[in-house]
Design a protein around this ligand. Sequence first.
Ligand SMILES: NC(=O)C1=CN([C@@H]2O[C@H](COP(=O)(O)OP(=O)(O)OC[C@H]3O[C@@H](n4cnc5c(N)ncnc54)[C@H](OP(=O)(O)O)[C@@H]3O)[C@@H](O)[C@H]2O)C=CC1
Ligand SMILES: CC(C)(CO)C(=O)C(=O)O
Length: 298
Amino acid sequence: MNPGRSVTVIGAGAMGVLFGASLAQSGHRVTICAGRPIDRMELVDGDSAEAFPVHHVMDPADLSPSALVVLAVKAHHTVAVGDWLTAATKDGSPVLVAQNGIEHGDRVRPFVGDAPVIPAVVFAPVERTAPGRAIARRSAGPDLCMPDNPVARRVATLLSEGGLRPRLEADFTTAAWTKLLTNLVSNSITALTGRRTEVVRDPAIACYARELVTEAASVARAAGAAIPEQNALQIVDWLQALPEGSTTSMLTDRTAGRPLEHDAISGAILRAADGHGIETPRIRTLHALLNATSEGLI
Ligand SMILES: NC(=O)C1=CN([C@@H]2O[C@H](COP(=O)(O)OP(=O)(O)OC[C@H]3O[C@@H](n4cnc5c(N)ncnc54)[C@H](OP(=O)(O)O)[C@@H]3O)[C@@H](O)[C@H]2O)C=CC1
Ligand SMILES: CC(C)(CO)C(=O)C(=O)O
């Protein structure tokens, strides 16, 4: 993968702008698959804010082969972009699944044939502020991690050229479950309370958050993730220390009155818990409340 190769990004929201603008900045030809035309992408990152030109395609039949396909829609929209995925990967281009959860492969496999699938855990919090524009609140660590394999290594090089900081992870199961536990607490609680991540600093909410991660960590360990209880509890400390005003993708959806991505988060943990015969009463109740919220019942 040399600079100047084509990259296809499916979805023009927060993650679409993070990947699209970063790759366009390093000289790659970025094609965006989105329902409305977008010809520029701007990522505001600290003091830097620069817009880069991107190409836009309305019809999957108009897609050309690319060095990388980035899937950047919510998990529950994957089926709706199935035709895009099929067209973008028909020549075997690798697809980076930039979605929360642990079921990346299961979600995209039906649409991508034998193309390599690279699940990604994205740490960078990004908020879309206008079509084609987003604000990243990146911290010092990596922006995302991927399993350590030869295809992911080539993708990591491409992403690094765009200023992104990928990490290749030997134990991806542990990394994905750790992020899932983080999303369970941060996304669910912010979406249900309608408050940004500082809500986790409230003593009663913090107590509930610790009970939630402890319950979820027992499922994670049964699924093969190396997450001792102490590490699970540190997730709550980390959330409490996030800068004032930090938000989550699920709170953004709740505020906009859109369906929530809870099936990929609490739903995935419940499926794994059922598979291992583990009781998870707190997560089950949380999931029911998120379901009702997503359907506009509360
Ligand atoms: N935002 C964040 O900070 C983080 C997000 N993630 C994960 O990244 C993934 C993407 O989230 P995020 O970028 O925040 O989501 P957004 O809601 O910001 O963006 C999703 C995009 O998908 C588009 N889309 C939905 N359905 C279709 C369709 N049928 N055809 C074409 N486009 C479609 C939406 O279009 P429209 O513009 O019309 O709504 C929107 O532009 C999620 O799994 C999320 O959990 C992970 C880490 C951090
Ligand atoms: C990184 C974090 C927790 C916050 O942006 C996230 O993954 C999300 O909002 O979905």
